[in-house]
Ligand binder design. Structure first.
Ligand code: AMP
Length: 426
């Protein structure tokens, strides 16, 4: 098979690494890719927002399967266009991708189908939203309806913060994404990321993970795209997994099918595990980043047949095997991230770091310059490792980081701390 992967981050490097290992993959292309992905795939300069160009590339290179990494092209309808052109594509259609593209859509779907989630109301005007806020009080969560690159959620501890968020969104601070907002109940519990592979009708559980969103040690400082993750999430016991599949994922698939928008692809459920069980915080319609990096390290089976079965509606009797090992990834970011940062500094020692047992280094934002690897983004490397326990994986990842020479980069020193404390009986 000839496979084209779309995207440029650490998630796509992990997917490329796993796809390249498949005996089914003859040629693997990635657009646009990065310096690490170039070790697994042939990177091609292709504007993935230009769907006609993607179709032309697929035809010229006899692509048998396209795998879409990021959400923006999915929400924009790339799967519809590629499939209409006769190109098999893994991922949801535009109508199905509304599960990520519109928070209000997902909340209404939950309400109509008794899927556990935070209580909420939707607003398209400021005064009504402010009036509701005064009625319900803080803490409260304000969310822009549309895609806002991780900036659309404000967890407000005070009424003033919530009002400021409403004012910012209705003043156009997030563009069209904030033209409508969801105001929802603040949930208390432990968060987990849960992934299921779906074929429009059937779903199989993949694995769970937990990520660290804050930039600083001890989960402090501003939010980021994610500074590290580990899998499995201890809070996702077998019972919680079963409940999530039965109470959240399967009812969602039934509802999507009933409205003529069957969901195919990976469904990434952001969950709050509360005293009453799992509640849906939000859906994403693609693999998580950096969660995919740890998922791929734990997946024993070939990924490619699973992607095809999802696309073809053949997951009913499908089974995937996983290593019982844990996996953990630490994000190395450019100094200044998530604020302003510089590009172009050199990174050394990657080969020696990758020699440590169980370690895989995925590139999130790099480019090559001759033999040199240069930083080319905010999140730059995902130093990842497998281990018998989260603790062992953590030790290996940080040992690898010790061998990387990149004065312009930084990372958190405590990724996995909750799970490691639990393993120690703390
Ligand atoms: P999101 O961008 O939707 O993943 O939200 C970012 C973060 O906001 C989540 O990971 C949660 O930590 C937090 N969050 C979102 N919704 C709620 C909620 N209803 N209650 C508590 N925390 C929330």
């Amino acid at each position: 098979m000839n496979i084209l992967l779309l995207g440029a981050g650490g998630r796509e490097h992990a997917l490329a690494w796993k796809i390249a290992a498949s005996p089914l993959a003859d040629r693997l292309y990635c657009a646009p890719g990065n310096a690490g992905i170039a070790r697994e795939a042939e990177c091609v300069t292709l504007d993935i927002a230009n769907r006609a160009a993607v179709i032309e590339f697929c035809r010229a290179n006899r692509i048998d399967l396209v795998v879409v990494g990021p959400e923006a092209p999915l929400v924009a309808g790339i799967v519809d266009d590629l499939e209409a052109a006769g190109i098999k594509t893994f991922g949801p259609t535009r109508a199905a991708a509304r599960l990520e593209g519109s928070k209000g859509f997902t909340k209404d779907l939950c309400r109509a189908n008794d899927i556990p989630t935070a209580r909420y109301e939707r607003f398209d005007a400021k005064d009504a939203a402010r009036g509701y806020l005064r009625k319900v009080g803080a803490p409260i969560v304000v969310k822009a309806d549309g895609l806002a690159a991780g900036k659309g959620v404000v967890v407000a501890q005070t009424l003033a913060e919530a009002e400021a968020a409403i004012d910012m969104m209705f003043a156009g601070g997030l563009g069209a994404a904030g033209a409508e907002v969801v105001i929802e109940e603040f949930l208390v519990g432990e968060e987990a990321s849960f992934f299921a592979l779906c074929d429009g009708e059937n779903a199989i559980a993949l694995a769970s993970a937990q990520d660290h969103k804050r930039v600083g040690d001890g989960d402090t400082g501003p939010n980021t795209g994610g500074m590290g993750a580990y899998s499995p999430a201890p809070v996702m016991t077998e019972e919680m997994t079963q409940r999530t599949m039965d109470e959240i994922v399967r009812p969602t698939l039934r509802a999507m099918k009933a409205m003529g928008a069957p969901y195919k692809g990976v469904l990434f459920a952001g969950l709050m595990i509360t005293g009453d069980g799992p509640k849906l915080i939000e859906y994403n319609v693609r693999f998580g980043d950096p969660e995919t990096q740890v998922l791929m390290l734990r997946l024993m089976s070939d990924l490619v047949p699973a992607l095809i079965a999802s696309r073809d509606g053949q997951l009913k009797n499908f089974d995937l095997r996983w290593y019982s090992d844990a996996a953990l990834t630490v994000v190395m970011a450019a100094k200044g991230y998530p604020g302003d940062y510089a590009r172009g500094s050199a990174i050394e020692g990657l080969e020696s770091a990758a020699e440590i047992e169980g370690v895989e280094i995925f590139h999130a934002g790099t480019r090559s310059d001759g033999d040199r690897i240069l930083a080319n983004g905010g999140r730059v490397l995902n130093v990842s490792a497998r281990g018998k326990t989260v603790g062992e994986a953590q030790q290996r990842a940080y040992r690898a980081i010790g061998r990387i020479r990149w004065p312009d980069g930084f990372c958190r020193r405590d990724i996995g701390w909750q799970a490691v404390n639990r393993e120690r009986g703390g």
